[in-house]
Design a protein around this ligand. Structure first.
Ligand code: R5P
Length: 238
């Protein structure tokens, strides 16, 4: 088995390879003067199971395209099977056509990932608000793991919370709030969120029993931070 990290996963690939008693395969990337990407896989991957680690955050188009090059290249070099690990999976938010003419980017990206030869994929807390399961979007086996219990374990060991309540900023976040609350032995609840624009949300509470308690807010994505800020503001309101 070979473990490869793209520009969005080099450190993690090295750590995972070490855990497995392996050394991550080098992937050289650079830019041609006109901005195109050059990529070279530094080892023979023929007949190998190849795991590609690539977190598609921050520069999603760039990192996705690099993944396409990497996956297609290792397949072309004779790799037996490519398993993708995307700690953060971009483009899952646009999972429906909310307005006429919009791209349903989640489905487009899923198709492209399959077309370049991805055999199976893993991600963590992929945004799946309207999509029930990853397998509703992908034809290949797709596994959506959650980090909520692990994050809650960390909070439990490192943060002193009094009469804790775990709060999700919207209805969909109930899944993470309940998972974290279970680990903490705490209550959980959710707020109500209305998105007013890419960077603006309106958050309201139902009757939430947060007064005088320590609150842990949990969500799947912090993008602009607007959701978390509005949630914190409303929870602090006297
Ligand atoms: C949206 O439904 C997600 O679960 C997050 O709440 C959202 O992506 C956070 O974005 P932002 O940090 O920009 O408010």
């Amino acid at each position: 088995m070979k473990i490869l990290g793209g520009s969005g996963g080099r450190v993690l690939a090295a750590l995972i390879a070490r855990q497995l008693g392996l050394k991550a395969t080098q992937v050289e990337t650079r830019r041609f003067p006109d901005g195109e990407k050059y990529l070279r896989v530094g080892e023979d991957v023929a007949d190998q199971d190849v795991v590609i680690i690539q977190s598609i955050h921050h520069q999603p188009d760039e990192l996705l395209f690099e993944y396409f090059l990497l996956c297609d290249t290792v397949k072309d070099l004779g790799a037996k099977r490519v398993v993708a690990v995307f700690p953060y999976f971009a483009y899952a938010r646009q999972d429906s056509r909310f307005n006429p003419g919009e791209a349903v980017s989640f489905r487009t990206v899923a198709k492209l990932l399959e077309d370049v030869g991805t055999a199976e994929l893993f991600s963590i807390d992929m945004h799946q608000h309207r999509v029930g399961r990853a397998s509703d979007v992908f034809k290949i086996p797709a596994h959506n793991l959650t980090a909520a219990p692990l994050l809650a374990e960390y909070v439990k060991s490192n943060v002193a919370l009094e009469r804790a309540i775990v709060v999700g900023p919207d209805e969909e976040s109930e899944q993470w709030a309940s998972a974290a609350a279970k680990v903490l032995g705490a209550d959980h609840d959710v707020l109500e969120k209305k998105r007013l624009g890419d960077e603006k949300v309106e958050i309201t509470t139902r009757s939430l029993a947060a007064r005088g308690r320590d609150v842990l807010i949990i969500d799947d994505i912090i993008s602009t931070g607007g959701t978390i800020i509005e949630a914190a503001k409303i929870l602090k309101r006297p």
